[in-house]
Design a protein around this ligand. Structure first.
Ligand code: COA
Length: 181
């Protein structure tokens, strides 16, 4: 729980704002029907949103992320922060929340593909112990290669210790942000 922010599973009524960010952010956005399918039909798909917390109701959707869980492996399939809200710690908050959720569901490995040109995302994942373990040639529609980044031993004491530290840092970074607003 971080004061001023809500993190919770994505629902169908989040999808208008999710799609707004999705279209603004990704060169190959998922469609609304893909998200609907993921939320209603895919029992291996887990998605969450981060929102501002208002006085009475939830506020603006700031970002979201998701993973597919296959046995003990969480495949992070999306992560995005609303443009204008970047570099404030929200990407980390969402990633930590995804990892916590995946571990609670039995994951011990997290893996993902990231564009070779996407340095911000690669830096974020490296900060959380993801290592480059492979490359998929021409993975994306524009022929760009993907790097495969993987973090092992999510449940191990060193990884959990790292997450605890990062959670503390992000909590204080985001509470300062809330106070400044
Ligand atoms: C990647 C993304 C989710 C990061 O979100 P964010 O809220 O800006 O990230 P944070 O503020 O939590 O930053 C955490 C870390 O990410 C890295 N990072 C984020 N943006 C960066 C940038 N522009 N340049 C370099 N490093 C960056 C840094 O390591 C940073 O840690 P630091 O603050 O200690 O330097 C965001 O840039 C985004 O939505 N990008 C478009 C969608 C996307 O590429 N998703 C990933 C698909 S694989």
């Amino acid at each position: 729980m971080i004061k001023g922010f809500v993190i919770r599973p994505m629902r169908l009524d989040d999808l208008d704002e999710v799609m707004e960010i999705e279209r603004a952010v990704f060169p190959m956005p998922w469609s609304l029907s893909s998200y609907r399918y993921e939320l209603t039909q895919n029992d291996k798909g887990y998605y969450l949103v981060a929102r501002l917390k208002g006085e009475k109701a939830e506020g603006l959707l700031l970002g979201y992320g998701g993973f597919w869980l296959v046995q003990d492996e969480a495949h992070i399939c999306t992560l995005a922060v609303r443009p204008g809200w970047r570099r404030k710690g929200l990407g980390e908050l969402i990633l930590i929340s995804l990892l916590d959720w995946a571990v609670a569901l039995g994951a011990n490995v997290a893996t993902l593909e990231v564009r070779i040109s996407n340095r911000p995302a690669q830096k974020l994942y490296s900060k959380y112990g993801f290592k480059i373990v492979g490359r998929r040639k021409r993975y994306y529609a524009n022929q760009e290669d993907a790097l495969i980044m993987t973090a092992y031993g999510l449940t191990s004491p060193p990884f959990q210790g790292m997450l605890r530290e990062r959670r503390k840092e992000i909590r204080s970074k985001l509470s300062r942000l809330k106070e400044e607003r």
